[in-house]
Write a protein that binds this ligand. Structure first.
Ligand code: CU
Length: 155
C-alpha cells in the first residue's frame, strides 16, 4: 500500500538523519560547512541546553549571532580551565580562520541554549540559525538541522 511505503520511507529518512548525515544541508551558504551538529538531550525542567558541531569556512569569517526556535536565546560560549576550575565565558563572536576546522564540543566551545521551551529529547531535531560575517561585512545565515542525542551517542 502506498501509505505504508511512504511511512517506511519517511522513517528511513529520519533514521538516516539522526545518525548524523544531516550535517551538510549547509551547502546553501556554499563557503561554510557545518558538520556533526548535535545537541545534548536534557532532563525535564532543565533551562539550559548545549549544542555542538564542527565549523569550517573557505574564507575568514566570524560567527556572531545564533538563534533557535527551541530556546529563548542562544549564546556562544567558551570553556576553559582556570586554577583547576572550569569556567564558561560568553563570546561576542567565534572567529573562523579560512580552511581551519573549529570544533564546538563538550569541554570547549559550545552554543548555550538558554530558556528551553521544552526538554530536548533524544531523537528529536532542533533548528538553529547561525549568522556569520566576513571582513567585508557580508552576512550569511545557515540553518543546520541539529540532532538531539544522549551524551553516549554523540558523534
Ligand atoms: Cu555555556
Amino acid at each position: 500500500m502506498t501509505v505504508v511505503t511512504k511511512t517506511t520511507m519517511l522513517f528511513q529518512v529520519f533514521v538516516f538523519c539522526i545518525f548524523g548525515f544531516i550535517a551538510d544541508n549547509a551547502r546553501a551558504a556554499e563557503e561554510i560547512t557545518i558538520s556533526h551538529a548535535w545537541a545534548r538531550a536534557t532532563a525535564p525542567g532543565q533551562e539550559l541546553g548545549a549544542a555542538y558541531m564542527t565549523l569550517q569556512s573557505l574564507a575568514n569569517t566570524s560567527l556572531f549571532k545564533v538563534e533557535s526556535t527551541a530556546a529563548a536565546s542562544v549564546e556562544i560560549h567558551s570553556m576553559t580551565m582556570k586554577s583547576g576550575v572550569m569556567q564558561m565565558r560568553k563570546l561576542d563572536n567565534l572567529v573562523l580562520t579560512a580552511n581551519k576546522l573549529v570544533a564546538l564540543e563538550p569541554g570547549g566551545f559550545h552554543l548555550m541554549l538558554i530558556g528551553l521551551k521544552k526538554p530536548l529529547t533524544a531523537g528529536d531535531e532542533i533548528k538553529l540559525s547561525l549568522y556569520f560575517k566576513k571582513a567585508d561585512g557580508k552576512v550569511s545565515v545557515l540553518h543546520p538541522q541539529v540532532s538531539v542525542l544522549s551524551g553516549e551517542n554523540r558523534p
